[in-house]
Ligand binder design. Structure first.
Ligand code: HEM
Length: 477
């Protein structure tokens, strides 16, 4: 009956979705083998591979990787259909190594790798982060940390006007900023010289991202023995448990003795303890997840925005002079469109759905390739140009609401979105109020800085920025 209806409505079977020849066992993984083994693409440049494949296969196609059929789309209407059919408990591809480790140590897996009812339980604990009042509460502390970043830059540029990789400096800010919210204790990462606690925290944050990435790609050897990647996951969690655990325990004592005080001072931590679905161990896990959840994405967005502004002195001056921050917020959106930190927003569909004229069976992994979609000229005029003005209230009516979703969408949208946006805008405001940014010539051929996949997409090379104190801009256009 369904086949008949589909024939009538012109819906084609899933087997008709464009693809390349696949190989037994490997599927399409042969495309991503090392060059010397005949591979065509670098797995770290998955977005660029998808863009290239779409030139011959079109905006919707499928690949078989890791034994899974992936339906890849670069079309906004397909993205909309995916989200509309994601179901009550949207399912994202899990991180198996992380799940194994967390189940052993915490007895549960948390928000990011969780699915089904377990995800739902944990998700209820991070949703308060999206409340404007909660974000507002932390803003004065974020301003203070941004001022510390300015002092940190002033100290560093005493010897040389340049920070040779502003991504690293932004990571320090991102760690210090999130620490006041979760675990509710400020880590002084921007102090020079760095303290021992901060050094350990910074190293553990980096190890977590490396560990997650290396257990995700390639053969799952961690199932057989503890690979370097798995060991990094383990050691980073141990450090986090130890250091963050100290403050979670301290706040728990406050919660039991004076709930109102904790509610006033640490609203996010208070919401965790007040959530009856969560055990103490669950609360600790959520603190670790929210602490680690957005450090790299926040730092990537900050450093690329500085870099774009450093390329264009006229735009930088406009942003400096707009104290409403509307243009600065538009810059952040434009950075997230061109330098999207997530490769794709992905969902396993809970039922059969027709997408782009194909009948897509239940349990298929649909990947809405947000990092490629935002660069299509069908959706953005002059798509490769950095034009933040397109996001201003008076212009943005022309943009399709699904064309750039860097924080995802729907029930699993990033819960840290508003916190991250605040962290980024507050820091950039302080930086622009204190410095003129310019950028040295980068010897990489095209003048652009690419991105590579780690846990998220991060800058491919160092991002050097010159900071001058109200001096004459070095590359005024
Ligand atoms: C510029 C910064 C950030 C970007 C671009 C970003 C992006 C994303 C994206 C694309 C997702 C997946 C959404 C989906 O599947 O629909 C996500 C999920 C998540 N993010 Fe962020 N994020 C950022 C910062 C943060 C911060 C600061 C935190 C913590 C406070 C955070 C915590 C999380 C968590 C816990 C999830 C999992 C949500 C779930 O599965 O229900 N993120 N983020």
């Amino acid at each position: 009956m369904r086949l008949f209806c589909n024939l009538k409505s012109g819906i084609k079977p899933f087997s008709d979705v464009p693809t390349l020849k696949s190989r037994p066992l490997l599927g399409h993984a042969y495309l991503f083998l090392p060059k010397w083994m005949g591979g065509k693409y670098n797995i770290e440049k998955f977005t660029e591979a998808i863009e290239d494949l779409s030139k011959s296969l079109g905006t919707i196609f499928k690949l078989r990787l890791g034994g899974i059929d992936m339906l890849i789309t670069l079309d906004v209407e397909h993205a909309k259909t995916m989200y509309r059919n994601e179901g009550k408990y949207p399912i994202r591809p899990p991180f198996h190594a992380l799940i194994k480790y967390r189940k052993e140590i915490f007895g549960s897996v948390g928000v990011v790798p969780g699915n089904g009812t377990e995800w739902h339980k944990f998700r209820s604990s991070v949703n308060p982060m999206l409340k404007p009042d909660l974000v507002h509460h932390y803003q004065p502390q974020l301003h203070t940390i941004a001022q510390k970043f300015v002092k940190y830059v002033e100290h560093k540029i005493k010897t040389n006007h340049e920070l040779d990789n502003v991504y690293d400096d932004s990571l320090l800010y991102a760690i210090q900023a999130i620490s006041v919210i979760s675990p509710g204790h400020e880590f002084d990462c921007l102090l020079l010289p760095t303290t021992i606690d901060s050094k350990e925290i910074i190293a553990a944050s980096m190890d977590f991202m490396d560990g997650l990435h290396s257990t995700l790609i390639g053969l799952p050897l961690w199932k057989v023995f503890k690979t370097e990647g798995y060991k990094k996951l383990e050691s980073s969690h141990n450090t986090m448990k130890l250091i963050l655990g100290k403050y979670v325990q301290f706040h728990y004592q406050e919660y039991t003795s004076n709930k109102n005080k904790l509610k006033e001072e640490q609203p996010f931590i208070y919401e965790l303890f007040a959530n009856e679905k969560l055990s103490y161990q669950d609360c600790l896990l959520v603190v670790i997840e929210t602490f680690l959840g957005g450090i790299d994405a926040t730092a990537t967005t900050i450093s690329f925005t500085m870099w774009f502004l450093a390329q264009d002195a006229a735009l930088q001056n406009k942003v400096k002079n707009d104290q409403t921050n509307e243009l600065l917020k538009a810059c952040v959106k434009e950075t997230l469109r061109l330098k999207t930190t997530a490769g794709a927003n992905s969902r396993f569909l809970p039922h059969d759905v027709d997408i782009g004229g194909y009948s897509v069976p239940k349990n298929t992994l649909v990947m809405s390739f947000v990092s490629a979609m935002g660069k299509r000229e069908e959706y953005f005029k002059e798509p490769l140009k950095y034009i933040p003005e397109r996001w201003l209230r008076k212009n943005k009516g022309d943009i399709h609401p699904y064309a750039s979703l860097p924080f995802g969408h729907g029930a699993r949208m990033c819960p840290g979105r508003r916190i991250a946006e605040s962290e980024i805008v507050i820091l950039l405001r302080h930086v622009l109020d204190n410095f003129h940014l310019s950028s040295p010539k980068i010897d990489n051929g095209g003048g652009d800085i690419g991105m590579v996949f780690r846990m998220n997409r991060i800058p491919e090379t160092k991002i050097p920025i010159q900071f001058s104190k109200h001096g004459i801009p070095m590359n005024t256009k």
